[in-house]
Design a protein around this ligand. Structure first.
Ligand code: BGC
Length: 826
């Protein structure tokens, strides 16, 4: 058994007590503190050291928190004024993971879930370059992205913002993206450090995770981003081992700085700072205001409770990163122009390369075009595209075409392509006869004037039994709806981004929908309230009655029946701030798909979901294509995939469960969402596919799965441990008649010479390879020792798993055609 100590991983005993209450980082808030942490001013460049020596205490305080008014108000999430007299420029900090989120339009890229599913480092770099250039062009200096928290909970609201459930895939993707972002002079902020794996109780949940799991599952992608040079790290809202992440010394100093050698700065998530003393635990910047790092920090320094050297360290770290990207230069490079055309091309490539063909029986896809095309397209999101997920990562695209238009154009002359809504998200005005007062229709000249309030109250009487869709549609500041005193709808802005549903109305209004079961003849109280703000507020309250819903489903089924092929677009709505309440498609989409498939077995489902969903109808449809939230070029990419201009080549970056009850966190409240504010990651390292393997559970679609319009064959595996490197050589052949790209994946089994828990198999290498029909390529994948190692808690280091180990190569985690064993020796 050989222990390898990586050069920058000091052997400090850390985190051994993460499972014990209140022991980790428990010293963070203790004051007074006499010594500054880690770096001192002396460690900075002469430019930074000179600036530090010239700055007043107030100027330094002004560098470590947001809150000042941004004179240009570009719509960034955060702003710092800099120190103009010393040539330290302002800093604007903007989200986000799928494109730059400011008030102006920017390139809306596909969700990071799609990028990860492309398994393509080159695309990840280009994705970063697009965001980097857009960000600089739009007046931003620091990007609040990428998010690399591991997917642990299949329903977690922000899963679409991350790179999936595997540490190697996330590490490679984030490393390439960070390099791309920063190549354009934009500082990347890796978030949310750490164990921010769910939205429920995200501000406070106290995560108890053993150190091995933390190091092997959650942290690798953060470290990869640090290794790739990320300038900033955002600490998370949640607690870890009883201490909030933003004052957790073990996370912020021991692991981040001492083990990984991070030289950038740590900023808090918005409102995640807990104390002024957090600066001595390793937090450098409080965002978005200075509740703790403003006046209270100044007073603590003047009172001698916190050494000024701690502040110097933090300011020095920030200035160092600014210097690195040229922001401190006497004559800084001008901001670039945006490149909308080039950016759109990358957005489309990622949407195409990240789309995953989950099922394709009888070659239902690709679709025929021209006179052979007879297609019933169904679903609201075929008309109003889902572009991006919800919350702070929501991007305002310049434009986004409707998939139905792209499909019609691509189907070409002579094609018969129709559209039917199937699931109506807009309905009609709730009519006067169902209400105690006039319908709510404050539109046009009747809009609520700027500065005034909307205050509508009525009772509504249900005309029939069944599920109703309530739909609040607004422009301007938005409004909220309560039914019987409970708020059920809101179109007000959230996280500084548009509120409501991800799907606008056909006329571009913000929409929010709520499904409610009502009994005929029952009466309910309805209130709609809102404030008009600077602009007028328009609002209308619609519904879809149970019989209207049945009619739209019937119309869709009829359209499907009379067409050759039905293509149903289905969606979910992943968003920050709330976990999905279940893995089902929202509303009555499952029923819609079942009805369409019953009418026409030649049914293709296109999913616009940010993460895994269940598919009770899967056996009755021919094909399923997951296109995630595909960004502004999603319609074009989807049409090209459907008609076979490009063959799907994405692979699942997360497992799709068969059911709600068979997931790594199902049936254990302590695992998720936690009990009394605490949760235990008792599944240990068995996260994602590792858990399915460990318990022998079936998934619906496994990690790494993704079909193509062609087929690939694997052969001639040769594994060698040469000069301390495992080399896995094999041949992949495109055995079909179309061009396509495959992602061969290499997995290894456990080492019997390690005592740590180990997965049944773990991804240790992959490569994306494009092949012409009939073409073969011999690939050689080098497996780094890091991925053959387990974390040794006692030594605080990685320990190589030596001895004979199973090794597989294949097309998904559950379809591995080639097998050998490798004897790992050093
Ligand atoms: C989110 C961060 C985001 C920040 C600023 C927070 O609520 O958790 O991801 O960067 O807001 O918008």
């Amino acid at each position: 058994m050989t222990a390898r100590t990586h050069p920058r991983r000091a052997g400090t005993a850390v985190l051994a007590m993460l499972l014990a209450a209140g022991t980790v980082g428990g010293t963070a808030a203790a004051a007074p503190v006499t010594a500054p942490p880690a770096a001192t001013a002396a460690a900075f460049s002469s430019t930074v050291a000179t600036l530090l020596s010239q700055m007043t205490l107030d100027e330094k305080i002004g560098m470590v928190h947001g809150g000042a008014e941004d004179p240009e108000a570009v719509g960034a999430a955060g702003y710092l004024p800099g120190v103009p007299r010393l040539g330290i420029p302002e800093l604007r900090l903007a989200d986000g993971p799928a494109g730059v989120r400011v008030a102006e339009a920017a390139t809306a890229l596909p969700a990071p879930a799609a990028l990860a599913s492309s398994f393509d480092d080159t695309l990840a770099r280009q994705f970063g370059e697009v965001i980097g250039r857009d960000g600089r062009a739009l007046g931003v200096d620091v990007l609040l992205s990428p998010m690399t928290n591991n997917i642990r909970v299949p329903t977690a609201g922000r899963n679409f913002e991350t790179f999936g459930e595997d540490p190697l895939l996330a590490s490679r993707t984030v490393g390439a993206e960070v390099a791309g972002i920063q190549s354009q002079g934009l500082i990347a902020t890796i978030k949310h450090y750490a164990a921010n794996n769910q939205e429920q109780n995200r501000m406070d949940v106290d995560v108890r995770v053993d150190e091995q799991t933390l190091q092997e599952i959650e942290l690798p992608a953060f470290q990869a981003a640090v290794d790739a040079g990320a300038g900033s790290v955002m600490c998370a809202y949640n607690q870890l081992g009883g201490v909030h992440a933003c004052e957790n010394e073990d996370l912020l100093t021991t692991i981040l700085r001492e083990q990984w050698g991070f030289e950038g700065w740590v900023m808090s998530d918005w409102g995640a700072t807990q104390s002024t003393e957090a600066i001595t635990a390793g937090l450098d910047m409080e965002m978005p205001r200075g509740t703790y790092f403003g006046e209270p920090l100044r007073e603590a320094i003047l009172a001698g409770e916190i050494p000024e050297a701690a502040l110097d360290t933090s300011v020095g770290r920030i200035l160092t990163q600014m210097e690195r990207v040229g922001l401190l230069a006497a004559d800084p490079a001008p901001r670039p122009e945006r490149d909308p055309a080039g950016a759109a091309q990358v957005a489309q490539q990622v949407a195409e390369a990240g789309a995953v063909l989950l099922k394709n029986d009888r070659n239902a896809l690709p679709l025929a075009s021209g006179a052979d095309a007879d297609i019933a397209v169904i679903g609201p999101t075929a008309k109003t595209p889902v572009v991006t997920g919800g919350g702070s990562s929501r991007v305002l695209p310049e434009s986004a075409a409707a998939p139905i238009d792209a499909i019609t154009a691509r189907a070409g002359t002579g094609a018969d392509v129709g559209w039917s809504v199937g699931e109506d998200l807009e309905g009609v005005l709730i009519p006067a006869e169902a209400l105690s007062t006039a319908p709510l229709q404050r539109t046009g000249e009747d809009a609520v004037p700027a500065g005034e309030a909307l205050d509508y109250a009525a009772t509504v009487t249900a005309p029939e039994d069944g599920t109703y869709t309530l739909s609040l549609q607004t422009t301007g500041a938005g409004a909220r709806v309560s039914v019987d005193g409970e708020e059920v709808l809101s179109t007000r802005s959230q996280f500084g981004a548009a509120g409501g549903s991800l799907i606008a109305t056909a006329d571009g209004w913000t929409n929010d929908t709520h499904y409610v079961e009502l009994e005929a003849g029952t009466t309910h109280e309805l209130t709609v309230t809102g404030e008009a703000g600077d602009e007028s507020l328009q609002a209308r309250l619609h519904w879809v009655t149970p019989s209207a819903r049945e009619r739209t489903v019937q119309e869709a089924a009829d359209a499907a029946r009379s067409a050759e092929t039905a293509v149903v677009f289905a969606y979910d709505e992943g968003t920050e701030g709330v976990d999905r309440s279940s893995l089902s498609l929202p509303g009555t989409q499952d029923e819609l798909i079942a009805a369409v498939a019953a009418a026409n077995p030649n049914t293709v489902v296109v999913l616009n979901t940010g993460a895994a969903v269940t598919m009770p109808w899967v056996s009755s449809v021919r094909a399923v294509l997951e296109t995630w939230y595909p960004g502004q070029e999603g319609a074009e990419a989807t049409a090209r995939l459907l008609f076979g201009d490009v063959s799907p080549s994405g692979k699942l970056s997360q497992t799709f469960p068969v059911s709600e009850d068979v997931t790594p966190v199902a049936g254990d409240l302590l695992r998720y969402p936690g009990v009394d504010g605490q949760q235990v990651y008792s599944e240990g390292i068995d996260v994602g596919y590792r858990w399915y393997d460990a318990v022998g559970a079936e998934s619906l679609f496994p990690f790494g799965h993704g079909l193509s319009y062609t087929s690939f064959e694997y052969g001639d595996l040769r594994v060698q441990d040469r000069e301390g490197r495992i080399e896995v050589a094999f041949t992949v052949t495109n055995a079909g008649e179309r061009a396509g790209a495959e992602v061969p994946q290499v997995y290894v089994g456990p080492s019997s010479e390690l005592t740590q828990d180990q997965a049944v198999k773990s991804l240790v290498g992959y490569e994306k390879v494009a092949l012409a029909p009939g073409q073969s390529r011999r690939l050689s994948i080098v497996v780094e020792d890091r991925w053959l190692s387990s974390w040794a808690i006692d030594d605080d280091t990685w320990e190589l798993g030596t001895g004979p180990r199973d090794l597989w190569v294949g097309t998904s985690s559950a379809d591995l055609a080639l097998h050998d064993t490798v004897d790992v020796r050093r």
